[in-house]
Design a protein around this ligand. Structure first.
Ligand code: SF4
Ligand code: SF4
Length: 167
């Protein structure tokens, strides 16, 4: 394992409370309360572990983070539970956002993330309307759902350069 000091500094700088983040004492409350950790422990071969992510990020073990199973970074659903229970008030999700952004910048994001982003750009929403859902809504007497304006979203994404990143 190689300690990458530049990466370590990026993590420290990115975190708003960098004075506090140094004092993660690995109590594991984040992992013990993480719903993704709970589910993956039951049903997946690799348990998602935010405590490991924080440990590796703070120690600058960049390779360990980015060469691991994509779940190591992308398993986090940003529910913010870990931020709320951390006794040291560490904003883990801020650090995980940095890791996700770096993963995309390196072109290492998992396929399902690119596919999901493509769906959002093309349809203006994460889950496009389907005829089965429309039928069900009609049966239940629910009103039609207006399609979002995907053109607006595409212009926004284009101005932010996100379309290029996805390519
Ligand atoms: S809850 Fe906070 S202090 Fe405890 S291991 Fe997680 S990040 Fe570290
Ligand atoms: S924000 Fe992410 S790491 Fe934290 S508890 Fe939720 S899913 Fe787990």
């Amino acid at each position: 394992m190689v300690m990458d000091f530049e990466f370590r500094k990026q993590v420290m700088d990115y975190h708003q409370g960098s004075e506090v983040i140094k004092y993660c004492y690995q109590c594991s409350r984040c992992t013990d309360n993480c719903p993704v950790s709970y589910v993956t422990d039951e049903f997946y071969s690799v348990k998602y572990n935010p405590r490991y992510n924080i440990l590796n990020a703070l120690l600058g073990y960049k390779d360990k983070i980015f060469s691991a199973d994509p779940l190591a970074i992308w398993g986090c659903t940003v529910c913010d539970t870990c931020d709320e229970v951390c006794p040291q008030k560490i904003e883990l999700t801020e650090v995980f956002t940095l890791l996700k952004n770096q993963s995309i910048a390196n072109g290492d994001g998992p396929d399902f993330i690119y596919q999901q982003a493509k769906t959002v750009i093309e349809n203006g929403k994460a889950i496009p309307m389907q005829s089965a859902i429309e039928r069900r809504r009609q049966q239940m007497g629910l009103p039609d759902i207006m399609a979002p304006n995907a053109d607006e979203l595409q212009s926004l994404m284009s101005n932010m350069g996100i379309d290029k990143k996805l390519k």
